[in-house]
Design a protein. Structure first.
Lengths: 109, 109
DNA sequence: TCATTATATTACTGTATGGTAATTTAGTGA
DNA sequence: TCACTAAATTACCATACAGTAATATAATGA
């Protein structure tokens, strides 16, 4: 028997996927893997503007994927939900399988 | 040691997430869980127009998440990559954990 | 108080895309 | 050939949003 999701659940799931559907946000999360980072640290590490990084961090925080710790004039952001990396890993595996399959098909089964 | 993703990988991963970031597409995939469906079958099952369903199916097919089998005047679509449901399950688990945590916080730890 | 630095916010623009109506394409049976 | 049905495609509109420049807020030190 196959369990179905309710429409409401699918909306929430889609919303979570949407947050993760931006390369810049993924790059931020990836950078935070190695530990907390300030906004300016991330601005250096990625190459995009400060406003852009702040906005993406706000999105990630609103969706509870990162946390913020203020220290003086600085804000330190950290990963709040390490499970996002499991998601990325699953996607990577899936993409690899697809490429393998297409490669095999190219060779003629 | 924490393995990082390359920018190119993150672009591909983001692109996959983007495909999954639409409730209607998730509903289509969810409907296909129980077996192949025709376009008109999906139009009935979901409640949206035929053009919309066709367009979403084209997106899903372009990204190799579904396959199509033509039979006469009909097209039967099927799940090509069952791993998408693992993704959804992971997201659901994560969302539940977050809600639990916020509920606990509301009660005061 | 004033200047400086870090971050957040606002306003704006261009692009992407979801939904829909209209049209096209193609298979089928009379 | 013609009518009918299923699906795909096209054109259009409205909305969402990533990126950026400008501005605001706030902490700190002189």
């Amino acid at each position: 028997m196959v369990r179905s999701f309710t429409d409401e659940t699918l909306e929430m799931v889609a919303s979570r996927f949407k947050v993760l559907a931006e390369p810049t946000r993924l790059r931020i999360l990836d950078a935070l893997r190695e530990g907390p980072r300030t906004v300016s640290g991330l601005v250096e590490e990625l190459d995009t503007g400060q406003a852009n990084v702040s906005k993406h961090l706000a999105v990630l925080r609103r969706h509870h994927l990162v946390t913020r710790r203020k220290e003086g004039v600085r804000s330190y952001y950290s990963i709040a939900e390490p499970a996002v990396f499991d998601l990325c890993d699953l996607v990577c595996d899936s993409l690899e399988r697809e490429l393998d399959a297409r490669r095999a098909a190219l060779r003629g089964d």
